[in-house]
Write a protein that binds this ligand. Structure first.
Ligand code: PLP
Length: 396
C-alpha cells in the first residue's frame, strides 16, 4: 500500500491560522480593545428575501408526494440551467443548457476538473493566487510554472510566447489582487491558449462585481474562447451562498482535445462521482434570477462595492497605491514604508486594531502587499479606515 506522497509537497497554509493566532493573542492581552476584521473573504449579509422564500417553498415541496425530489440530475435541474442560459444570453454569450453543470460551488469544480487532464501536463498559475489552484495540482503531482503578477504588469500578467503551458488558470476579477482583465488582454490569452493547444480554467467567481460593459464578465465574451476555456462561477459572492453552496461550471461543446469532447468527459466524471446539488438549494439559486431576486442581490453587491470605495478613497488620501476596489470586493495595497506583509499586519493590529490579510500568504509576489476586503458591514468599514488613516499619519 502506498499513499499519495504528493501531499507531502503541499505547502502548509499558515496564513489564516497565523492571523487567528495573532489576533487572539492581541485580544487576550488587550481585552478593552475592539478589533475590526477586514480580512475575511466571506460575505456578511444574509440571503435575500426572494431566495429565502424560494427555499421555504422548496422545503414544502419535499413534504408532499407530488413535490418530493429524490436523486436529481447530477448536472443540475433544467429550471436552474435555463436561468443561467438566459443570464449568459444577457452578456451576449449563447450557451446550451447542456454546456452548464450545477455544482456545490466553484472550489470543488476547480479541484475536480483536474480528473480530466493528464498528470504530465504543465500548469501555468499566476502568483499571487487563490491557493486552491496550486494545492490541487500539487496533490496530483503536476508540474507548475508560475507567472509573475506584480506592480509592473498591474497584477495582470499576459502570455509569454516562450513559455509552454497545457493548463492555464486565470481569475478575473482576481482574488487576492482585485485586478480585472479587459477584452484585449483576455483576447491575448485566448489566442495564446489556442496556439498552444492549452485549456484555460477561467475563474469568474467575482464577475458580479464588474459594473458597466467595458470589462468582460465571462471569458466567452472573447472570440474563440469556447474552443479553449472552461468557466467556473458561483452563487457564493453573487448572492451570499457561501454557506448554502451552489455554483456552476461551463464546458462548451466546442472544447475538444484528442478528438474527445471535454463536455462529455466532464458529464461522465460528474455522473460517476457526484450526485447533484440538493433540489432545495437549486430552487433557492433559481430565485436569484427573478426580477425581485436580481434587485435584491444587486443591492447587496452595491453595498459591498460602496465599502470598497470607502477603503479605496481612504488609501487615495494616504497616497497608498493599490489595485482592485472598483470592480472587485478586494483591495490589494502596497504596504507603506516598504514593510513586509506581516510587519504591516502587526502594525495594523497593534496601532489600528484592524485585521487584514498579509499578501505573502498568496505567493511570493504577494510579499510587501496586503489584502483588505469589502465584505464587512458599513459601520466597521468606515471605522476601520479612519483608524488606519490615523495610525499611518501618526506613526509612519
Ligand atoms: N474562486 C475564488 C477566486 C475564490 O476566492 C473562491 C472563494 O473564496 C472560490 C473560487 C470558491 O467559491 P465557492 O464558494 O463557490 O466554492
Amino acid at each position: 500500500m502506498k499513499i499519495n506522497n504528493n501531499f507531502n509537497n503541499i505547502q502548509e497554509s499558515y496564513l489564516f491560522s497565523m492571523i487567528a493566532k495573532k489576533t487572539n493573542e492581541y485580544k487576550k492581552a488587550n481585552p478593552d480593545k475592539e478589533v475590526i476584521r477586514l480580512g475575511i473573504g466571506d460575505v456578511t449579509k444574509p440571503l435575500c428575501k426572494e431566495v429565502i422564500k424560494s427555499l421555504h417553498d422548496a422545503v414544502d415541496d419535499m413534504s408532499t408526494a407530488e413535490g418530493f425530489h429524490g436523486y436529481g440530475p447530477e448536472q443540475g435541474y433544467e429550471f436552474l440551467k435555463e436561468e443561467l442560459v438566459k443570464y449568459y444570453a444577457g452578456k451576449g454569450v449563447c450557451l446550451s443548457s447542456d454546456e452548464i453543470f450545477i455544482s456545490d460551488g466553484a472550489k470543488s469544480d476547480l479541484g475536480n476538473i483536474l480528473d480530466l487532464f493528464d498528470k504530465d501536463n504543465t500548469v501555468l498559475i499566476p502568483d499571487p493566487v487563490y491557493p486552491v489552484y496550486v494545492d490541487t495540482n500539487t496533490m496530483a503531482g503536476r508540474n507548475i510554472v508560475f507567472l509573475n503578477a506584480d506592480g509592473n504588469n498591474g497584477f495582470l500578467p499576459l502570455p509569454d510566447e516562450s513559455v509552454k503551458a497545457d493548463i492555464i488558470y486565470l481569475c478575473s476579477p482576481n482574488n487576492p489582487t482585485g485586478a480585472v482583465y479587459n477584452f484585449e488582454q483576455l483576447k491575448e490569452w485566448v489566442d495564446y491558449a489556442i496556439k498552444q493547444d492549452a485549456i484555460i480554467l477561467f475563474d469568474a467567481a467575482y464577475e458580479c462585481f464588474i459594473s458597466g460593459d467595458d470589462l468582460p464578465t465571462s471569458i466567452y465574451q472573447i472570440e474563440g474562447a469556447k474552443k479553449c476555456a472552461i468557466e467556473f462561477c458561483s452563487f457564493s459572492k453573487t448572492a451570499g451562498f457561501t454557506g448554502t453552496r451552489c455554483g456552476y461550471t461551463v464546458v462548451p461543446f466546442d472544447l475538444v482535445r484528442e478528438d474527445t469532447s471535454i463536455n462529455k468527459m466532464w458529464l461522465r466524471r460528474q455522473t460517476t462521482k457526484f450526485n447533484g446539488v440538493p433540489y432545495i438549494v437549486q430552487k433557492g439559486a433559481a430565485a436569484v434570477f427573478t426580477a425581485e431576486g436580481q434587485k435584491e442581490i444587486k443591492e447587496a453587491i452595491a453595498y459591498y462595492k460602496e465599502n470598497a470605495l470607502i477603503i479605496a478613497s481612504a488609501l487615495d488620501k494616504l497616497g497608498i497605491s493599490y489595485t482592485g476596489g472598483k470592480n472587485s470586493p478586494y483591495i490589494w495595497l502596497k504596504c507603506p514604508n516598504n514593510m513586509s506583509s506581516w510587519e504591516f499586519f502587526d502594525f495594523l493590529l497593534e496601532k489600528a486594531n484592524v485585521v487584514g490579510t498579509p499578501g505573502a500568504g498568496f505567493g511570493k509576489n504577494g510579499e510587501g502587499y496586503f489584502r483588505l476586503t469589502a465584505f464587512g458591514n458599513r459601520e466597521n468599514t468606515v471605522k476601520a479606515m479612519e483608524r488606519i488613516k490615523e495610525a499611518i499619519e501618526k506613526y509612519l
